[in-house]
Every structure is written in C-alpha cells, then in structure tokens.
Design a protein around this ligand. Structure first.
Ligand code: DHE
Length: 545
C-alpha cells in the first residue's frame, strides 16, 4: 500500500515540481555545455586535468593516434569492457558524445610538459623491495619462464615454459607496448606503456618493485647489458630519459639537433650490449645516436659536431655523451646485426605508417620508396642501402646462417612477403611470398623454421607461414580459421612454439615445433606478445632484442 502524502508534503512536492518546471525551462534556454565543461564534469577524475591520464589513459592527440574517432565515440557511449571506463550513453546526448569525442583529439593548450621534476615526482617504490628473497618463490625453471602481455584487459601472465601453466597473472599499466626488457639474471622485467610508465617487476617475488612515468607518450625502453641502466624513448615530450636500475632519474636528453633548432620524437632505443651503449633513432631528425654506458668510454672528438660548429670542434664526454651519426633520412625502426657493428634502419613513408587497425588500407598502397639504410656504428656512416621496398618492420627481423653467409629476414608491413638479405653484400637474396602482410617473425637456433604471420591482411590474418631456413621456401602453414594468429616465441630449447590467438577471447597455443601439432591451449585476453626469459637474456638470434 502506498503511504498517503500529508498536506505539507503535497505542498512541498508541488513547490518542487514548479521549481523543477522553471529549471527545465531555463535548461531548455541555456546553451549546451561545451565539450570542455563536459570533460570537466565527467572525465577529469580519471583522465586528469590536462588529459595526461590518471586512473584512465592519457587523452592527448599523440596518445589517440591509433584510435579512430568513431571508436572513441563508441567507447564514450558504451564504455570499455574489462576496464574502469563506464558507459555515458545514459548521461550524455548523442551530440554531446560526438562533441566530446572530437574535442579530445584537439591539442591541449597550453601544451603539456613533463619535466625532470615531474619524472622524479611520479616515481614510487615498494617498501622493503630490496629485502625480498633472491630466488624464485615458485617451482618452475626461471629461465624458461614466459612473460605474456595480454592487451585485451591489460594484464600480464607468467607462464611456466615446461608445463605450460600460468604461474601468476597481474594487472599491468594501460597499453603496454614493445618488448618488456629483462635484467641480465632474469629476475626483473621492465615494462613500458604507451602513456610513458615504466614498471619494474620482480618475477621471483611476483611483485612490482618500482614505477616511474618517463614521458607522456613513450615508444619503448631498453635495459643495459650490465643491468645498471634503463633508457626510455619518448614521442612526447621530445626526450630520452636515463634511469638507474631502480628507476631513479639520472639524466634526460632533449632529442634535438646540436644547435637546438629542431627537436624530434624518439623512434626507439635499443641496448647494444657488446658495445656497452644505447643506440637511438630519431623520427624527425636524420641522426642516429649512440650513448655509451661504458664507465671507461673515452671522450669523443665528434666529426659531426665539428661540422655543425663550423670548425670549432667539440669533445663530448665518453660516458653518457651523445655520438651523432648523420643519415640521409630519419629512422622509424631499426635492428642490429649479430656483431652489433651495423644498425639496419627503415623509414616508413608517413602516410603509409600503419598499425594492424589500419591494415586493410595499407594492402593496396602506392609504389613504395626504398628507404632502408645500413649504418656502420664504428665509422658512423651509412654504408649501404637495403633493397627492401615498402615498409620493412626491421624491429621484428631475425638473422640466421644460410649457405655460408648470415642473412636477415624481415616482415614487411606493406607487402605480403618476407625479404631475405645477405648481410655481407647487403644484396637481396629472396622475396618469399606469404598470403598477406604481417608484423612479426620469430625463430630459434634449434628449429629449421622461421614463423611469420599475415595479421595485417583481412583475408589471411588467420594464417601463420613457416619458412624453411635451409631452403628459403615456405614449408608449412598453420590456420585458425577466422581468427588472428600472430607473434610466436619459442621455449628455451626451441622445442615448442607459443603463438597468440590475437582476439579478446583469445588464447596462447603451444605447438610442437617439429610435428607442428597443437600441444596445449591457454585462454588469454588478446595476448599481444610473449617473451621467454632465456631467449631474451641470451639474445637468441631468433627473437627481438
Ligand atoms: Fe609495435 C615492438 C613500433 C604498432 C605490438 N613496435 C615495437 C618496437 C617498436 C614498435 C619500435 C620495438 C620496441 C621494443 O621491443 O623495445 N609499433 C611500432 C610502430 O611504429 C607501430 C607500427 C605504430 C605505432 O602506433 O606505434 C606499432 N605494435 C603496434 C601495434 O599496433 C601492435 C601490433 C599492437 C599494440 O599492442 O600496440 C604492436 N610492437 C608490438 C609488440 C612488440 C612491438 C608486441 C614487441 C615485439 C617483440 O617480440 O619484441
């Protein structure tokens, strides 16, 4: 039974309705809230006042480059599954959602900055992390452990590479990108997120040890061969940041020409352990940098600096000084030969730079410009042009011995082929056709096959192609009809290949690398990449470094 309203209550309700009526009338007259006001009201708590991110990811134009505006609208309206992002379709009108989605692609004004003080202030450390036991607190071979990055719900799984069981699963920062990097003993792993966070994780004690935000939009991180230094490459701001192994900032570098007149996004940084240095590619300046972490590095008399200073000459300090090599074109992506004397880099024509989301468009691109370069790091000079057309994805290339020479095999983001290059003559040996363009290529010293995907081809994304490294012919294909198959990594002994079913309701499939039979399947949420501790710390020729 409904309780009867007494007179005072009825009067109050009537007054309330009148007031509401007035408010509604006023609201109808009032101008609609601006997107900035909507952001302030609904988004600021999670995405931050300057859109730099917080609990939610950064919403800067640079961070949103890979998200189509229509998808942004959908996420605002419907939320994002398996994250804290709620649906706003009930709270905001279609027009408001559209305006908000458009607005977040506009630059923030004033332009956001991320200073050394910001980096230092962002750092956190787990108390007592240094007292944790120096041996694994779980039973499995720590050298045959796989770190699997699950992009679907932003988690990481640790998989025992002998039993193929998940030892532990934990939440990661939003949108990790690139290969996580390991300390030389395999105990710690460093993850880099697109929003600039570096997380140092203790694999033996299953906990985060320290975190720091190196930049606002980051490409990747590298760990020095001696485990003492971590370097981060940023798109925003235009900087490189150098940390000690506990993520205390040591130094930041402006990614700029020596005269400071032009600055650049940093494409990538890699460790060149035999040279005791980090090698850095810049996206907007035609220079390749080498930064030595050898404590005994001699000061450099730099011919290039000399050119710039018109005859004055400058000696840069050896350790942590920048050696600049002048190039014909800036580099997006690069790779080393096994001796680390040569860096093999590629420039991707801007309009064609594509990620899987934009894959279909890249299939039918216009005539490509050959832009891959071979740089001799000792004499700091480009020594050859690589005859690779299209968009070689050199960061995913591998090397192996073939008929008395060493070859480089690299997938191409544009064409459905694997390019094989002789690393003595830098001449093309073979172009091996695959059913469509792919992203990753992997092998192992103990297997005759190199495994590559066609994940960028809508018609062939479900097919892995195995190339026989002895004959440079296609040896087999593996299909998972209608699903995306990509990114292979081998166990420590090369007997098993772990492959991603790259879907939200995806899986990790374990194949016997000889019989090619499926051995096991572990459900995973879009497993984007997997990394075997042993193969990484020993720099196996079949995997990325
Ligand atoms: Fe990556 C590695 C650049 C898009 C997944 N990617 C790398 C590295 C570079 C790079 C320079 C090497 C970093 C390292 O390991 O230290 N990636 C680029 C691009 O320029 C590109 C095409 C455009 C972009 O927006 O950045 C791009 N990459 C993607 C994706 O769309 C992928 C497929 C999905 C995603 O999660 O972003 C993707 N990239 C990966 C993965 C690796 C990677 C899984 C590590 C591969 C490995 O085995 O080491």
């Amino acid at each position: 039974m409904r309780p009867a309203l007494h007179t005072a209550g009825r009067l109050a309700l009537a007054a309330g309705l009148v007031a509401l009526g007035v408010d509604l009338a006023r609201a109808a007259d009032a101008p609609p809230p601006s997107p900035a006001a909507l952001y302030e009201q609904h988004c600021v708590a999670c995405h931050g006042a300057q859109r730099l991110g917080g609990m939610g990811p950064a919403l800067l134009p640079q961070s949103l480059e890979r998200l189509k505006p229509a998808e942004a609208q959908r996420v605002i309206a419907q939320g994002r599954a398996a994250t804290q992002m709620p649906a706003f379709a009930e709270k905001l009108s279609g027009t408001e959602i559209q305006a908000l989605a458009q607005w977040i692609y506009a630059p923030v004004s004033p332009a956001p900055s991320w200073s050394e003080a910001d980096i230092r202030a962002s750092r956190t450390e787990t108390p007592q992390a240094k007292e944790l036991p120096n041996k694994p607190q779980w039973k499995a071979d720590p050298m045959n452990l796989f770190v699997v990055v699950e992009g679907g719900d932003h988690h990481v799984s640790l998989v025992d590479g002998d039993r193929f069981e998940v030892i532990h699963r934990f939440a990661s920062r939003f949108a990790l990108h690139g290969g996580p990097k390991f300390s030389p003993d395999g105990r710690f792993v460093y993850f880099g997120s697109r929003d600039g966070w570096i997380t140092k994780y203790d694999l033996w004690n299953l906990q985060v040890v320290a975190e720091v935000r190196a930049g606002l939009n980051m490409r990747n991180v590298a760990v020095s061969g001696d485990g003492r230094w971590v370097m981060a490459a940023n798109y925003l701001p235009h900087t490189l940041a150098l940390f000690d192994a506990n993520l205390n900032l040591v130094k930041s570098y402006a990614a700029a020409t020596l005269d400071g007149k032009a600055s650049s996004r940093v494409s990538a940084v890699y460790d060149a352990a035999p040279r005791k240095s980090f090698v850095v590619a810049l996206k907007d300046i035609a220079e390749l940098w080498e930064i030595s972490y050898d404590p005994k590095a001699e000061p450099i008399f730099d011919g290039y600096v000399h050119d710039y200073k018109m005859g004055e000459g400058i000696a840069t300090p050896g350790t942590f000084g920048v050696r600049r090599t002048r190039l014909d074109e800036p580099l997006d992506d690069f790779f080393f030969d096994q001796s680390y004397r040569y860096a093999l880099g590629a420039t991707r024509p801007k309009e064609k730079a594509a990620a899987p989301a934009a894959s279909a468009a890249s299939d039918a691109g216009a005539a490509p410009v050959p832009t891959a370069q071979v740089v001799n790091l000792d004499i700091r000079k480009k020594v050859a042009e690589l005859p690779i057309a299209g968009m070689p994805h050199l960061g995913s290339g591998i090397t192996f011995a073939w008929q008395g020479t060493t070859v480089l095999a690299s997938p191409n983001l544009q064409g459905g082929a694997i390019d094989v290059i002789d690393m003595k003559s830098w001449k093309p040996l073979r172009s091996i056709a695959t059913p469509g363009p792919g992203f990753f290529m992997r092998s192992h010293e103990a297997t005759p096959y190199a495994w590559t995907d066609s994940m960028m081809s809508p018609g062939a994304k479900d097919t892995l192609t195995l190339i026989d490294k002895r004959t440079l012919q296609v040896a087999a294909q593996i299909r998972e009809p209608g699903r995306t198959l990509a990114h292979t990594e081998f166990t420590k002994d090369g007997r098993y290949a772990l492959v991603s079913v790259w879907e939200m309701d995806g899986a990790l499939i374990v194949f016997d690398a000889t019989t090619l039979k499926e051995v096991k399947r572990l459900p995973m949420s879009k497993p984007v990449g997997k990394y075997n501790v042993w193969n990484k710390i020993t720099r196996s020729e079949g995997t990325s470094h």
